[in-house]
Design a protein around this ligand. Structure first.
Ligand SMILES: Cc1ncc(C[n+]2csc(CCOP(=O)(O)OP(=O)(O)O)c2C)c(N)n1
Ligand SMILES: [Mg+2]
Length: 317
């Protein structure tokens, strides 16, 4: 099953006259109230325990991405490999969350929802989903779709229609402020999403509200489905653009987990601006024949490609 491209510009519209970040505030507030009324879900990993994720690595996530995309016969592999170190950094080192339904946990929005496998791989490492659940990926009735859906505990917002995640995250960050909570909100978005005006609306809204509990992490891999961003819509210099819109900007190697974690810890709830990590990444990172190759946006793996990818990743373990 391969997801078909949705035409650029297709957005889920909120009720007329309502602003997406404010809709997210409303949803987050209800979410917290609802979750205060139910018992926290305790999930068990295949090893029978939950985990802090301290042993998580990008390479471990990459192996799961390759295994599951081969098993399910789906694409978006290069996109997930691109963000494996970012997701591993967040779920292994940064995100405070006792359980996936802990109402006070830090929030994470995978705005580039087509990289869902990286998220599911991290959930599996944390013990938030079992090996058995992981093996339902893209199957009928599974909670693990090709894009994340909020039926899965730990996922607050369904994503995949690009350009919306920063609005969701901005609303969630404003909700945390209004509730006098120190919880933080992380939004992982792609460079192609920055082609969309809705992203820049959320950028302005977050700066206006001085949301210093909000971190955008921008996966600057220079690719977008069938093209390179410099040819489709060149947004360079990206850091200067975010700065001009009032954000605290950090340019970082998106494969250096320690560096990213250090920036986040130092800047959480600090200053009077939202923060962005412009994370320079390589599309398809870790599998030599996929790196920076357009083909690996949509293409699934054949058996020989799968074997070669796993051999390379074993060597990096
Ligand atoms: C609103 C919207 N338009 C189009 C698509 C189809 N689509 C899926 S991924 C993608 C672009 C991928 O580039 P990028 O977002 O930079 O992610 P990367 O491939 O680098 O991970 C597009 C256009 C979509 N999911 N949502
Ligand atoms: Mg990209």
């Amino acid at each position: 099953m391969v997801s078909l491209p949705v035409p650029i510009g297709l957005h889920l519209a909120g009720p007329k006259g309502q602003n997406p970040p404010l809709l997210a505030v409303q949803s987050e507030t209800n979410h917290v109230i609802n979750n205060l009324q139910v018992n926290n879900l305790t999930t068990k990993s295949s090893k029978g325990s939950t985990s802090t994720g301290a042993n998580m690595t990008g390479v471990k996530l990459r192996k799961t991405i390759i295994e599951q995309s081969r098993r399910a016969g789906v694409g978006h592999i290069g996109s997930a490999l691109s963000v494996a170190d970012i997701v591993s950094c967040l779920y292994g080192k940064v995100i405070n969350a006792k359980t996936p339904r802990d109402p006070e946990r830090d929030r994470f929005v995978l705005s580039k929802g087509h990289a869902a496998l990286a998220l599911y791989a991290a959930f599996a490492e944390r013990g938030w989903i079992t090996e058995e659940q992981l093996n339902t990926y893209c199957g009928d009735g599974s909670q693990l779709g090709v894009h994340p859906e909020h039926c899965l505990p730990g996922v607050d917002f369904a994503t995949g229609s690009l350009g919306q995640g920063l609005s969701f995250g901005t609303g969630a960050a404003l909700a945390a402020k209004r509730q006098k909570s120190d919880r933080r909100v992380f939004v992982l978005l792609s460079d192609a999403e920055c082609n969309e005006g809705s992203v820049w609306e959320a950028i302005m809204f977050a700066a206006q509200h001085k949301l210093n509990n909000l971190f955008a992490i921008l996966d600057l891999n220079g690719q977008q489905a069938f093209g390179y961003t410099k040819d489709v819509l060149n947004l360079s210099p990206m850091d200067e653009r975010w700065k001009a819109f009032g954000w605290d900007v950090h340019v970082v190697d998106g494969h250096d987990e320690e560096a990213m974690a250090a920036i986040i810890e130092k800047n959480s709830n600090v200053g009077d601006k939202p923060h962005v990590l412009i994370a320079k990444t390589t599309f398809g990172k870790g599998v030599s024949y996929m790196e920076s190759q357009i083909k690996w946006h949509y293409s699934p793996l054949n058996e020989a490609e799968y074997e070669l990818a796993m051999t390379e990743l074993e060597r990096q373990s």
